[in-house]
Structures are given as structure tokens and as C-alpha cells.
Design a protein around this ligand. Structure first.
Ligand SMILES: C=Cc1c2[nH]c(c1C)Cc1[nH]c(c(CCC(=O)O)c1C)Cc1[nH]c(c(C)c1CCC(=O)O)Cc1[nH]c(c(C)c1C=C)C2
Length: 574
């Protein structure tokens, strides 16, 4: 695979994911062993972002005797996780230029494992589930902040009235008639999130509510993102039962029951069970259980720094910074080794490896969007008229209310506390994303700062001069799983498997999720899949994409107990 010359910033730090079939869920394709060695002696990890570093960490645990070389194009590892302490009058504040918090979910247990392995538990800071920074979430629609109902507890009557009066919730009651809407055309193999929600509920719900959520995760366009990939459960329910509600009813997916059922892809079920078995020591577990989101005293980059330090301490690991990967391909006439060429022109080095873990991006598979993050700190406290996590701006907001194409604003002072020593108001404005996809260029960082200030003046009435600020453009930072992604991934995985004969595993955010937890989880699954001779099997790590087994019914907390035999039989029949 020849890479584009000089891999820019993200080429080496954005990633892909996931492993060979887990546990007993072997798929028939992966059975060809190609080597008799007990472990891969030389392993290359391409990319030193969070996926690459976490892969190296987990692989080093699996194979303590293997020599691991990490190639990173930039002078700093960690990708777009950047935390900077900024001195301000009266103390300091922490700016996060990229991702800022982690969410504790069952699928984020590998991140918990990593924190534990690195001895970072005492540096974890949390926003509790009942804190305003967790419960108060807003959307800006059409020209004001509207609070969204969010757990815990029932929403207040006042907030419901405000929500409906704003028009943001128009169309939600159409969901009640969803079971009677026509089934989808069987020839439809995928569609956009926007089209799906319009078809099954109401276009206004797609434009006003769903688009805001997808801005906050993918900075993406709901009329392009794939429903089959991003709302797989809803898509499966409709496919099986003709309607989402009927589908949930058919499998007894009652949300009020602690042992509710859900649909699983068998691969994901095996992954969930494997992750559930990760043991997190009780102190850290209690901390994470109470958290809506969490970070570290020194910001999210503390995780990356500690991870890198830990790898540097390992005499079998070599981290090569400022070493863009130029190409990697099978050594001619060998089914066993991969040749990696890395380094700047004229200083290129070539080395052969038994196993390569690539977190590099493969352009044709996904489009990317560019985001600008603008951090602002004001010495005056409580400048924001409300308390909360922040707000998202839906696609339906009229352009005159959003000429800067902002996606949302995070109220950092409320969203996570414990990182600053100076009092005041801290927020981050997120600009661009899909809105900038057809712009001929991007604003400069100075322009971005002006744009962010005009957003918060219009939306929040903040006119004060910031005591500190920073704008950062992240070109092509979030991959977009657009309509048809699953088919493209299948084709790509087939060709990668054939080309690399099991000697290259693909990991990172281009494959199974764009969040930090997804990247760490993908690395964990990949490393686990190398166990017990798994590294010799003919997999490219994207076996989930090639696994065509039908979805099954199981408990949402799949590990809690086995499904009754009668259910299992009925499911098998279905
Ligand atoms: C920095 C830009 C990012 C945007 N999305 C992501 C990043 C890193 C990835 C992402 N963000 C969220 C999720 C959901 C799962 C989760 O981990 O919580 C993912 C995969 C949710 C989220 N969105 C925003 C925040 C602060 C969070 C919590 C996690 C985090 O710190 O990233 C706000 C936000 N993110 C983006 C925009 C445009 C935005 C707007 C307010 C893009």
C-alpha cells in the first residue's frame, strides 16, 4: 500500500479498528495459519495517535518479548488530543484543543483498563451524573437556547412547555404512529440518517433534534451519514419487523425491565462479553460509575503522555517521532513479512516486520470533515446565562442566526471542573464540520477567533474581552460514515485481507467509532484477537465487516445470564 508522500498531521494519527473474530465467534475465512512462530518477533505500529499508542500498549502486554516500533509522522504523539495549561491573571486554565472528556459506558472498559495499567486512577476527575454540567443540555433553536429533557428524573413541566413552544420538538408525536407507516422497500440497502428519521418519524425531528446530536458527535450532515452504520439497531428492527416499535415489541425490548432484550450482531455480542470481563479495581470503578463524563487533572493529554512514557520505559518499544510512513507492502515472495518504509525523503528507512498494526487512514473509504475549535477564557465568572454542558446547533437554524457555521458551544467551566486554578468563564466554540465541506478554503485562526466571538455575542450576549483564547484548525479530523459505508468497508476489508495475508491489522477511527473510547476499545479488541496464535490467522482486523451472521436477540446486559432455551430456539427459527 503506497501512501501519499509526506503524510500530513492526521494521516498518521487517525485510525481504524478491530480485530479478528473474538473468542468462539470465528468466521470461516480466518482459518489459514501462515507461520509456526510462537509470537511475532517484530511488530510495527503505524501512527502514534491514541489508537496507535493504545495498540502498542495492549500488544506489548500480549507479547512482552516482541520488539515494537511505533512510527509517528509528527514531532508530538497523541494526534489531536492536546491539552495546554495557559497562565491567566490569578492562576491558570486548561484549554483542550480537541476531545476533552470520556464517557464511562460498558464498551469503554478498555479505557478503564488503560487508566488502571498506567496508574492514572488518582488523576481522574469526574462530572457527576446529577451535576448541572451533565443534566443541562441545550440546543440553539431557532434563535435561543432551549433545554432538552435529560435524565435523571422527569423533565419539569416548564422545560417541556419551552421545548414545544420553541418548535424544536415539532413532529415528535409522529413517532406514536410509526408502527403503521409502510415497511421499507426491500431493495433499500442503506439510506441517510435524515431520510430514515423523516420516513419513520418526521423530517422536522431529523432537522431539529437528530441533526444537533450528529453535529456533536460527527460534526456531520445527517443527509449524508449512514443510518445502517450509525443507527444499526433501529435499521435492524425495521428490517425484521417492518417498524421500529414492532421490532422492539417482538423481542420484548422493554426499557423498564432491568433484563431487557435487544438485538446484537454476534460479533458485537462476543466483544461486549469479552469487555465485561475486564476487571477494574473497586476505587476506580466507583469513580467511573458516578461519572457522566470524566477527564484528568492535566487534561485528556495526560492519558497520552502517560501512555507514551510507559511505552518509552519498555526496552522492547521504540517510538519514532517525525517519521511519516511512506509505504507498507508484503515483502516480495513472502507470505510472512511486511516491508515498512518510513521517514522523510532522503532519510527513509526500510524495515521488515512479522506484523503491522496500521492506524493510518485509507482515503477512499470515508470522507473527512474539518473542525475548528476556539477556546475562550474570561476572567469574569458566570458570563453564560445558563448552567450546563453546552449547546448544539441543529442544521435547521436559519443562516442569519449562524453565518459562521458553528456546530455547538461547550461550557467548559460547567462541563468539567478541577483543571483550572483561576475563577472565570471558560468555553469552546466548535466551527465548521460538514458546513465547510464545500468551502474553497478555511478561515485563518485569527478569523476563527472573531467568528467564535460573534457566535457567543449573538447567542449568549457575551461581549467581554477574553483574557485568554486559542483557535485551532483540525483539517480532515473526523471520518464520516456516509451512506454505503458498510459495503465499501466490506470491499476494502476483503482486499486488505487478500493483499496482506493476515500480516496487517487495521485499527482506528475510520472503522468503528470516532471517539477516544472507540479507538482504545478497537486497539484492545485487536490485541486480544492476536492471542493464542490469532496473530497468524488470515485477518486484516476488520472481521466484523466480513461477518455476515444474522443478528440475534440477547439481553442488553448480555453477560447477565443465558437467554432461556425456549427464546434461543425461537430466535434460531426466526
Ligand atoms: C472535538 C470535536 C469532536 C466532535 N465529536 C467528537 C470529537 C472529539 C467525538 C465525539 N463527541 C462525542 C461523542 C459521543 C460519545 C462520547 O464519547 O461522549 C463522540 C464520539 C460527544 C461530545 N460532543 C461534544 C463533547 C464535549 C462530547 C463529549 C466527548 C468529548 O469530549 O468529545 C461537543 C462537540 N463535539 C463536536 C462538536 C462539533 C461539538 C459541539 C459542541 C465534534
Amino acid at each position: 500500500m503506497r501512501l501519499k508522500k509526506h503524510v500530513p498531521l492526521f494521516e498518521s494519527t487517525l485510525k481504524h479498528v478491530v480485530a479478528r473474530p473474538l473468542l468462539s465467534s470465528r468466521c470461516g475465512r480466518c482459518r489459514y495459519a501462515t507461520s509456526s512462530a510462537a509470537y511475532p518477533e517484530n511488530i510495527a505500529v503505524l501512527g502514534g495517535g491514541i489508537s496507535g499508542l493504545a495498540s502498542a500498549h495492549f500488544v506489548a502486554k500480549e507479547f512482552p518479548k516482541s520488539k515494537i516500533t511505533i512510527y509517528e509522522a509528527n514531532k508530538e504523539a497523541g494526534g489531536w488530543i492536546r491539552s495546554r495549561k495557559v497562565d491567566v491573571p490569578g492562576g491558570s486554565v486548561l484549554f483542550e484543543y480537541g476531545p476533552r472528556t470520556l464517557r464511562p459506558t460498558p464498551s469503554s472498559k478498555p479505557t478503564g483498563q488503560l487508566i488502571q495499567d498506567l496508574g492514572l486512577a488518582s488523576d481522574v476527575i469526574v462530572t457527576r451524573r446529577d451535576a448541572p454540567g451533565a443534566t443541562n443540555r441545550y440546543i440553539y433553536y431557532p434563535d435561543r437556547l432551549v433545554k432538552l429533557p435529560s435524565p435523571p428524573g422527569l423533565p419539569s413541566l416548564r422545560s417541556l412547555i419551552e421545548l414545544f413552544r420553541s418548535g424544536a420538538a415539532d413532529g415528535v408525536f409522529s413517532a406514536l404512529t410509526e408502527p403503521w407507516w409502510p415497511r421499507r422497500d426491500p431493495s433499500l440497502t442503506d439510506e441517510s440518517v435524515g431520510a430514515f428519521i423523516s420516513r419513520r418519524v418526521d423530517k422536522r425531528v431529523a432537522q431539529n433534534l437528530v441533526s444537533a446530536v450528529y453535529h456533536g458527535i460527527y460534526a456531520g450532515d445527517i443527509w449524508k451519514l449512514s443510518v445502517k452504520t450509525l443507527m444499526p439497531l433501529l435499521w435492524q428492527h425495521e428490517g425484521r419487523s417492518g417498524s421500529i416499535a414492532k421490532g422492539m415489541h417482538d423481542i420484548d425490548a422493554d426499557f423498564s425491565k432491568p433484563d431487557r432484550r435487544t438485538l446484537w450482531h454476534p460479533y458485537d455480542l462476543a466483544s461486549a462479553k469479552a469487555m465485561h470481563d475486564i476487571e477494574i479495581e473497586s476505587g476506580l470503578k466507583t469513580t467511573l460509575d458516578e461519572a457522566s463524563v470524566y477527564s484528568f487533572k492535566g487534561g485528556l493529554q495526560q492519558l497520552v503522555h502517560k501512555l507514551k512514557q510507559n511505552l518509552e520505559k519498555n526496552k522492547n518499544v521504540d517510538i519514532k517521532l517525525d517519521s511519516p510512513v511512506q509505504s507498507f507492502k508484503m515483502v516480495p515472495k513472502s507470505a510472512e513479512r511486511v516491508k515498512v518504509v518510513a521517514g522523510h525523503k532522503a532519510k527513509e528507512t526500510t524495515k521488515n516486520f512479522d506484523l503491522v498494526i496500521s492506524t493510518l487512514r485509507h482515503k477512499p473509504l470515508t470522507e473527512y470533515v474539518t473542525v475548528m475549535t476556539v477556546n475562550l477564557y474570561f476572567s469574569q465568572p458566570n458570563l453564560i446565562p445558563v448552567q450546563g454542558f453546552g449547546y448544539l446547533i441543529p442544521q435547521s437554524v436559519p443562516l442569519e442566526q449562524n453565518p459562521e457555521r458553528a456546530l455547538g458551544v461547550i461550557f467548559d467551566s460547567d462541563a468539567i471542573s478541577g483543571q483550572d486554578t483561576a475563577p472565570g468563564t471558560k468555553l469552546t466554540v466548535m466551527l465548521g464540520g460538514h458546513w465547510w465541506s464545500d468551502w474553497p478554503g478555511h478561515p485563518s485562526e485569527a478569523e476563527g477567533l472573531e467568528m467564535a466571538r460573534s457566535v457567543i455575542e449573538r447567542h449568549l450576549g457575551i461581549t467581554a474581552e477574553p483574557a485568554a483564547s486559542h483557535a485551532r484548525l483540525w483539517p480532515d479530523c473526523i471520518p464520516q460514515y456516509t451512506v454505503g459505508y458498510e459495503d465499501r468497508l466490506k470491499e476494502f476489508a476483503t482486499s486488505a485481507r487478500n493483499e496482506f495475508k493476515g500480516r496487517v491489522r487495521l485499527v482506528g477511527n475510520q472503522y468503528n467509532g470516532v471517539g477516544v473510547n472507540d479507538c482504545v476499545g478497537g486497539a484492545w479488541l485487536m490485541a486480544r484477537g492476536l492471542r493464542n496464535g490469532g496473530w497468524r490467522q488470515r485477518s486484516c482486523g476488520l472481521d466484523r465487516a466480513l461477518d455476515e451472521r444474522p443478528w440475534v436477540v440477547d439481553y442488553a446486559a448480555s453477560y447477565s445470564k443465558p437467554l432461556p432455551e425456549a427464546d434461543a430456539k425461537a430466535e434460531e427459527k426466526a
